[in-house]
Write a protein that binds this ligand. Sequence first.
Ligand code: LRH
Ligand code: MN
Ligand code: MN
Length: 392
Amino acid sequence: MPQLTALPDPIARDLADFSIEVPSWGYGNSGTRFKVFTTPGTPRDPYEKIADAAQTHAFTGSAPRVSLHYPWDRVEDFGTLADYAREQGVEIGMINSNTFQDDTYKFGSLTHGDKAVRRQAIDHHLECIDVMRATGSKELKIWLADGTNYAGQDSIRERQDRLAESLSEVYGGLADDERLVLEYKFFEPAFYHTDVPDWGTSLLHCLALGEKAMVVLDTGHHAPGTNIEFIVAQLLRQQRLGAFDFNSRNYADDDLIVGAADPFQLVRILFEIVQQDAHRPESGVNFMLDQCHNLESKIQGQIRSVMNVQEALAKALLVDREALADAQRRNDVLEANGILMDAFWTDVRPALATFREERGLPADPFAAFRASGYEEKVAAERVGGDQMGWGA
Ligand code: LRH
Ligand code: MN
Ligand code: MN
């Protein structure tokens, strides 16, 4: 495999400007419905999750924001939490609403047939906007578990109407410099229909709401075989791609480390991104990780994920786009494909090591963190860490 030892200047600049947001819940224990394995030193509260997330940033230099999930992350004073985050060198990112844990939402939240339940769900989202203001966050992220398990269980059409009405009330609560992003998922926990199953449904609701509403693409939320990079290109074309939830999957919503199951898919996605300049901060696309580390060390998993995204981005930026455009004009199918594959097969790790060293970061953030002693220290200090928030 050809090796690249130094990044060309424009690529280094792009990588230096590129950042990834990490999820608070990625630092807590998680598992499957069969078993949640605990890890020594697991954070016991949102403060400890932020302290761990700050390690990811300290070692990679590229993960300066932490998403919160509310009310999994509930504290008395969110302003104090935001101050603590800043002291640790990070900021609070998106605020994720959560209407999937409360018994009230058994049959839906923003889509529920009962007006009182919808009211409670809308109020929860308005409360999330308060949390945004207390933490300095500008983005509300909505993923709904709403849907049905059996044909005929409820009216699909009426649920869409109720959803549109509820969302417009939430949207009305946003200030001019705030926005909401709406995530879709084709199944789970609902197994017959989901109320926001795909990018088209999310986009239609966003278009009806207004310019401050954007689509979130979670890479694990599509049927097997879906061409995700096509969706990326299409949403960017409409200027409605607000955020990514990066992870990888072999089967369903596996939430494995991004770039682990299919590194080539990640490069293909990022190639669509760079072709529309959406990797630049000005694009407003928030690149986030949404992962669960069930077996592996959580901080190590997050650091590895940031490195995987950086490697894939460097490869996407390496594609010789002039030569590609020329081959495309000539309809030289295999030359065009070969140009993309050349970039994919380039080993950019030595160049990224140099890039990091030039910026005062460890050449290998993963190895440096493992050697730092942080995990041993917190394992001794913290007793009784909880799972993602389900125990809260
Ligand atoms: C749903 C989802 C959504 C939630 C997160 C915990 O599957 O991807 O983003 O907030 O998992
Ligand atoms: Mn997600
Ligand atoms: Mn998911």
